[in-house]
Design a protein around this ligand. Sequence first.
Ligand code: ATP
Ligand code: MG
Length: 268
Amino acid sequence: MSAKKTSPTPSDCYVFCIANQKGGVGKTTTAINLATALSQLKKKVLLIDLDPQGNATMGSGIDKNNCERSVYQVLIGENTVEEARQRSETGGYDVLCANRHLSGAEIDLVEMESRELRLKNCLAPVLDDYDFVLIDCPPTLSLLTLNGLACAHGVIIPMQCEYFALEGLSDLVNTIKRVYRNINPELQLIGLLRVMFDRRVTLQQQVSEQIKQHFGDRVFETAIPRNVRLAEAPSHGMPGVVYDKKSRGAKAYIKFGSELIERLSAKS
Ligand code: ATP
Ligand code: MG
């Protein structure tokens, strides 16, 4: 990956994947709360739920089972993004929702022309409407994730500072490099976000240091603490940042949103 700036000018839209093929590492929690933080910082945000589990949809306060126009309909060409996007009233951003039907997309897409570029092509007409598009990826390196990576300017990797975290990371970084070389020369690793972080745990500190040694300033300064309010929020159909804005978790995600904006403006 090159270090040169390939992301758009500040007036344009940044498209970021929140990805890690490891399950349960905090992708969806990050996608929902970053979307909320950015919208509270006066940015226009579209959150794309690219996971058939539909957790980002539910956590944004939208019932995935009543969603007739989802990202699946968009990918197979039945609906445009303009027709399918919905508003997260609790989060203050737009959502392209997902539910279990999306698992069929893997099969439908295989037969289609430019199958890894479907999302990119569908998204192009609405990019001017947003400052940020965040894509919540599934815990796989599948065709869905590939569609996300193919249309993104960058990847944000949430990770827990645990022993096995480093192992999976190299697969993901290699995938990002492959996509960069073969499909999307704009793709960059934006940064690693330490989540569910507890500085008091020695192993977490050690792994955090290792990650910093390896990835340098690509590790975000902000770390998201383990905070039960973030975990409770989805069952209330609310982002943690809104559910309990005074909680440590909410404050950390707001800080992360500011750090991201600062980094991007420093680069441009
Ligand atoms: P999947 O791979 O299944 O899509 P994911 O990577 O999207 O999972 P999440 O669903 O965001 O991970 O988080 C996994 C679990 O951890 C959830 O129950 C979530 O509420 C909880 N969680 C995430 N971040 C935190 C945090 N900072 N503090 C406490 N709990 C958290
Ligand atoms: Mg998820």
